[in-house]
Design a protein around this ligand. Structure first.
Ligand code: GCW
Length: 724
């Protein structure tokens, strides 16, 4: 493993646990022996056998998982595959695969749960008490199996268990930004999982474990490679490799998508153009689609980043995004494939305001996309900041299905080391009200297709999964993968409940441990906002690697510099997006627009995103803007310190290896929270000329010290030098 963690070896004797060391590989699927003896006895009495009726790769996956899970939780094998229902059997299958299930009066209820839904119920059959796990399709039965295991992993009751569940969103996807050389753009968890040079002949065990993890939280699709696409991906050699990966993911209900490079007709097809209206270009893509589907019959489709950050696209030929997307749509339609066209367009001319660009380019195209095109929109109008308002595109394209795009790799949020639970962010964004069709038109409802009737619904996340033993670069980044899956399944799930589940499965069911860790997780998002970008600041990270603070950076393309966003001067700071500025607020529906546009109603959390505010202007708290800034930066540091204390308290309940890793990362986070605070405040102070009130810690170094700290541009591990 890449991280050399001293803290694990330095544990002080007091409170250190004697639990078996864990490296995090098992994620939330640890299935450790249940140590609560009465509970274990109850479970063992309720579950004594396993009947998986039917045979398919997916039902076999369900059986394998149940066998593995029960063996771990119970510490003993459970008799599998009896033919008849006995007392204590868990019966898994579908109405089609299972005689027992088809014999139960469940048909109507089951049908209402759709293709991927499941039902878990304690029933009595011929006097025998059994638990039925039923889906309409095999994958539903698999999801139900994971849910039953989760029930036991979180110490829920099995007595008269009765659960039904089905996903609110159809496509629940991970987007990998993996390159073919196995580097990962914005990846902080080791190398890419995909072993291109070993494929297709040799298949890593990790593909299956990756699929298991995803299926356990309902993720059903993955785009394997970077949207900054490599055209080699579409060559026969790579298509064969992808087919091999798809074969591993398929039993777990996952479809594979690929990033398509717009210029492929030129790069691979030897054509002179990639103009989407050109007949040869269309024919090239139709042939390519046929070739891919011949190898991967359930291929999901293409994910495309076009005319953004240097990627080729239809605008190179004076064609619109719709014309570009529709060309792919035609090629994929005969195979029922999907085009996922990204709205993160960040092209040459972003004047007068970069954050307005996606809306300005896409809103006018609503209604022009073919029926198998969807547009994928980042959660905020800028770029995965610690906090942004939701993107105004949500609700604004009634005729075009919009997919949500989140990012769990935490490019701008401390990457691998900082503990930031993003469930809180997902909840904030998903529950935000767009007012598109009046009150209650939340972002969640927009992407669920219930504000406007979308023909297809979806959500994606930039994944953080790599070859690190713990998969995600840190133990706590696993929680974001987990929370994403659970909230993609049910966008109204409460992030605290999701955290609760994850903690129980990942660390412990001890109520004090659960409460302690949940507290850490639930304060962590606001902590990072406060020590990096309080009061609606955005993008003040150093250029390139986006790791540490760099609010002073002014060189380079203006809309890539922090200065562009904060605009600090002797009078104040903030970006005026009201009528007196770029009028970005105009992109929101009137209720939201007015709320953000008025200094009286704009929440402090996004204040400087929409307004320029004088240093000594009073805010809602009664403090001046400057004092509020100082207060919040300090609050951020204090929160990290309270997270450290909280973590120390659970030491005896966590194995030393994971405890030590988290502890050492929290120490880095505390140090770097101070770095952020001291660097940012020292810099703003050159404009405000106001003192940091004496009750607060003063910056440890002069501003020039922070300005000379250098982090490697592609920091795949070495830490930034000389951080205080
Ligand atoms: O967040 C930015 C990243 C780029 C990324 C781009 C995008 C894949 O800094 O690395 O490129 O967004 O979303 O396309």
């Amino acid at each position: 493993m890449k991280k050399v963690l001293l803290a694990a070896c330095l544990l002080v004797a007091t409170g250190a646990s004697t639990l078996r060391a864990e490296d995090g590989y098992d994620l939330w699927l640890r299935y450790r022996l249940i140590t609560d003896a009465p509970l274990l006895a109850r479970y063992k009495a309720a579950v004594t056998g396993l009947v998986v009726e039917g045979d398919s790769p997916t039902l076999r996956a369900a059986r394998d998982e149940m066998t593995r899970g029960l063996k771990g939780l119970f510490g003993a094998d459970v008799a599998a595959d009896a033919k008849v229902a006995r007392d204590g059997d868990v019966i898994i299958g579908t109405a089609a695969s299972s005689k027992i299930i088809s014999g139960l009066p469940l048909a109507k209820e089951l049908k209402a749960l759709g293709k991927e839904g499941y039902l878990i119920r304690a029933v009595t059959i011929g006097g025998k008490k059994v638990i039925v796990v039923a889906g309409n399709e095999d994958v539903g039965a698999l999801y139900g199996s994971f849910a039953l295991l989760r029930q036991m992993q979180t110490h829920g009751s099995l007595a008269s268990i009765s659960l039904t569940s089905s996903p609110k969103i159809q496509v629940r996807m991970l987007d990998h930004w993996d390159n073919l050389d196995r580097s990962v753009e914005r990846g902080y968890a080791g190398k890419s999982l995909w072993e291109w040079s070993e494929l297709p002949g040799s298949i890593s065990n990790r593909y299956r474990d990756y699929a298991r993890a995803n299926a356990s939280i309902g993720i059903n699709a993955a785009a394997l490679t970077n949207v900054n696409a490599n055209v080699k991906m579409l060559t026969p050699e790579y298509i064969a490799n992808v087919a091999a990966i798809a074969g591993e993911l398929r039993p777990y209900g996952m479809k594979v998508f690929l990033s398509a490079k717009f210029s492929a007709p030129i790069d691979l097809g030897g054509l002179k153009t990639a103009d989407p209206l050109d007949a040869d270009v269309k024919a090239f893509w139709a042939r390519k689609a046929d070739e891919i589907y011949a190898a991967i019959p359930d291929f999901g489709g293409f994910l495309v980043k076009a005319n953004s950050e240097g990627q080729p696209g239809p605008q190179d030929y004076k064609r619109s995004h719709a014309e570009g997307a529709n060309m792919f749509a035609d090629a994929l339609a005969p195979h029922n494939g999907l085009v996922i066209w990204r709205a993160f367009v960040y092209g040459g001319n972003t004047a007068p305001d970069r954050v307005k660009q996606a809306y300005d380019e896409f809103k006018p195209l609503d209604g022009q996309f073919k029926s198998n095109v969807v547009v994928q929109v980042k959660n905020g109008p800028l770029d995965f900041q610690p906090r942004e308002p939701f993107s105004p595109l949500f609700g604004a394209m009634p005729k075009t299905p919009l997919f949500m795009e989140f990012q769990v790799t935490k490019e701008y949020l401390g990457q691998d080391t900082h503990l930031v639970y993003l469930g809180a962010e997902f909840e904030e964004v998903l529950r935000a009200d767009t007012y598109a069709k009046g009150k209650g038109s939340t972002v969640a409802k927009v992407i669920e297709g219930s504000v406007d009737p979308y023909r297809i619904t979806g959500i994606a996340v930039i994944a953080t999964v790599g070859t690190d033993t713990n998969w995600t670069g840190s133990q706590f980044n696993q929680a974001n993968w987990y929370a994403y899956g659970r909230m993609a399944w049910d966008p109204m799930a409460k992030s605290s409940s999701v955290a609760d589940e994850w903690i129980r499965m990942t660390f412990s069911n001890d109520p004090r441990v659960v409460a302690g860790i949940e507290h850490i997780m639930m304060v962590s998002r606001e902590a990072v906002v406060n020590y990096m970008t309080p009061l609606g600041l955005v993008h003040i990270m150093a250029t390139g690697h986006h790791y540490g603070p760099g609010p002073w950076v002014r060189q380079g393309r203006p809309d890539q510099t922090p200065y562009y966003y904060h605009r600090a001067d002797s009078l104040g700071m903030g970006f005026d997006r009201t009528k007196t500025g770029t009028n970005g607020v105009e992109q929101y529906f009137p209720e939201v627009r007015d709320r953000y546009a008025s200094r009286k109603t704009v929440p402090d959390s996004v204040l400087l995103f929409f307004h320029r505010v004088g240093w000594t202007e009073k805010l809602a708290s009664g403090r001046t803007m400057w004092d509020e800034l100082v207060y919040r930066y300090n609050m951020g540091v204090d929160s990290v310190r309270s997270m450290q204390k909280g973590w120390d308290k659970v030491e005896s309940a966590i194995d030393a290896e994971r405890f030590g890793e988290v502890k050492s990362f929290l120490a880095i986070q505390e140090k770097e929270a101070r770095w952020w605070r001291d660097a940012a405040l020292s810099y703003y102070q050159t404009f405000s000329k106001l003192p940091i009130p004496a009750q607060y810690e003063q910056p440890a170094h002069p501003l020039t010290y922070y300005q000379t700290i250098r982090c490697p541009q592609n920091r795949n591990k070495p830490r930034c030098d000389a951080v205080p």
